[in-house]
Design a protein around this ligand. Sequence first.
Ligand SMILES: Cc1cn([C@H]2C[C@H](O)[C@@H](COP(=O)(O)OP(=O)(O)OP(=O)(O)O)O2)c(=O)[nH]c1=O
Length: 202
Amino acid sequence: MQRLILASASPRRAELLTGIGLDFAVQPAHIDETPMAGESPKAYVERLAREKALAISHGQPDDLVIGSDTSVVLGGEILGKPVDEAEAQHMLACLSGRSHQVMTAVALACGDACQSVVSVTDVTFRELAAEEIRAYVATGEPMDKAGGYGIQGLGAIFVSGLSGSYSAVVGLPLQETAALLAGAGHPVWQSWSNENNKGAPA
Ligand SMILES: Cc1cn([C@H]2C[C@H](O)[C@@H](COP(=O)(O)OP(=O)(O)OP(=O)(O)O)O2)c(=O)[nH]c1=O
């Protein structure tokens, strides 16, 4: 039987997929995430999502593998996950009072074949006070997140506006992911009759 595999170590991506009723295995992919010279942010996230999916699908060509990558883009510059607290503080100070883009690519691979989509969401932050940024960084929440914030967590209180896909900001564009799965012959709704989904919360 064809299995669905999430090629990601991100707990957010797993939660999002579980939330739409999918049953899947998790096999994180470990790839080099260095941007190539002259690579646009959109091309970068799409390449990484494809590389993550293909890194796992090569070894198990019968399965369907989802890979994804999220970057925050401010004035054309890619902000990945902060390497330390000082960088997290700097990122948040740069995001304060401005709009940025969150680019999340999702790729679906089967053997050597791979389909991918990039979702671009505009997010606006209100002005953040320096003491608020320090308190936020001290919680540890920014450290494993692109741009140094989590919209689904404490960072929600920084966001004054959003245009695009909320789930893509959290880590996986669900409408686009479902469209890729439907295109591969696995519409998400077919999982809804599984035992696991009986009595799903409202
Ligand atoms: C902007 C934003 C990002 N993030 C997270 C989603 C991703 O986990 C992370 C971006 O890093 P990624 O490198 O895209 O993903 P990852 O290293 O966590 O996992 P993997 O490569 O194994 O798939 O930032 C949030 O949780 N909330 C947010 O609001």
